[in-house]
Design a protein around this ligand. Structure first.
Ligand SMILES: [Zn+2]
Length: 247
C-alpha cells in the first residue's frame, strides 16, 4: 500500500468549536466520541499508525485537513451508530474497490469478534450523487467511515463500553484493515540477527531475532513505510539489515 493508514476519531468538537458528543446512549451516560476514541486507540496501537482527533479538539473540517496534510494511503474514521438498529456497518467511497474490500473485511471482523450482526459494506450518496459523508468525500486517500455498533442499542453498547470491549472492537477493526490492505511483501534478512520488536519503535522490547538469510513477510507498514508488521505480530525496521526479496 502506498503510504500509511491513519485512524480518525469521530466527533468531539463541532464546527462552532463546542463539544460534540455525537450520538448518546439511551441513558445518556455514554457518548459516541468517548467510546470511539477508546476503540481508535486500540486500533492505532495494533497498527502502530497515527491517530487524529484523539483529544476531541478537531472538528470535521480540521480532521479532513489533517488527513490530507499527511502522506497517508488510507483513512478510517471511527463512529458509533444510532437510530434504532443493531450491528456493525462500514461506509466506503463509492466506486473504490479498495474501499469496498476494507469496509467488507472491517465489518466482518468486528461482527465476528463482538458477535453482533454484520450489516456489511455500504455506500451512501447525497442528492448530487456524491458521497454523503464529508470524511469520505473530501479525504484525499481512500477513506472509510466505520459505524462500529449502535450506541442506542443496549446490547450493542454492552459490547464496547468496557476497556476490554473497546480493545476487542479496536483490534478486530485493525485486523480487518490489515487483511484488506495487506501488502504481503517478502523481505530477506541481509545482516546478522535483526530484531523483531513489539512496536514500530527501536526502543520497544525485542520479541525475537531473525537470522541472516531468513525470509519474512510484511503484512502492513507503519511510520512512513519504515516499519513492517510480521504475520504473527511484531515489527521490523525495514531500512535496517534487510531488503525486499526478489520474487
Ligand atoms: Zn458519528
Amino acid at each position: 500500500m502506498r503510504g500509511d493508514i491513519v485512524i480518525s476519531v469521530g466527533h468531539g468538537k463541532n464546527a462552532a468549536g463546542k463539544y460534540d458528543p455525537g450520538a448518546v446512549s439511551r441513558d445518556r451516560k455514554y457518548h459516541e466520541h468517548r467510546i470511539a476514541r477508546e476503540i481508535a486507540r486500540y486500533a492505532a496501537e495494533y497498527l502502530q499508525c497515527d491517530i487524529i482527533n484523539e483529544n476531541g479538539n478537531r472538528c470535521l473540517a480540521e480532521r479532513i485537513r489533517d488527513v490530507n496534510a499527511g502522506n497517508y494511503g488510507f483513512a478510517a474514521e471511527i463512529h458509533l451508530n444510532a437510530g434504532g438498529g443493531t450491528g456493525t456497518e462500514t461506509y466506503y467511497y463509492h466506486g473504490s474497490p479498495t474501499g469496498k474490500r476494507a469496509a467488507d473485511e472491517v465489518s466482518k471482523s468486528i461482527s465476528g469478534a463482538l458477535k453482533i450482526r454484520n450489516r456489511g459494506p455500504k455506500i451512501r450518496l447525497n442528492s448530487a450523487g456524491r458521497d454523503y459523508f464529508g470524511f469520505i468525500r473530501q479525504s484525499k486517500p481512500c477513506a472509510v467511515l466505520i459505524e462500529t455498533v449502535f450506541i442506542d442499542c443496549d446490547s450493542d453498547l454492552e459490547k464496547v463500553k468496557t476497556p476490554e470491549g473497546a480493545k476487542a472492537c479496536g483490534e478486530a477493526l485493525a485486523k480487518g484493515l490489515e487483511k484488506a490492505l495487506a501488502e504481503n511483501t517478502h523481505y530477506e534478512v541481509t545482516a546478522c540477527n535483526i530484531a523483531v520488536r513489539s512496536t514500530a519503535d527501536a526502543d520497544s522490547p525485542e520479541i525475537r531475532r531473525l537470522a541472516k538469510g531468513e525470509n519474512f513477510k510484511v503484512t502492513i507498514t507503519a511510520k512512513n513505510g519504515k516499519w513492517g508488521r510480521l504475520p504473527g505480530g511484531g515489527w521490523v525496521n525495514l531500512e535496517k539489515g534487510c531488503r525486499r526479496a526478489k520474487k
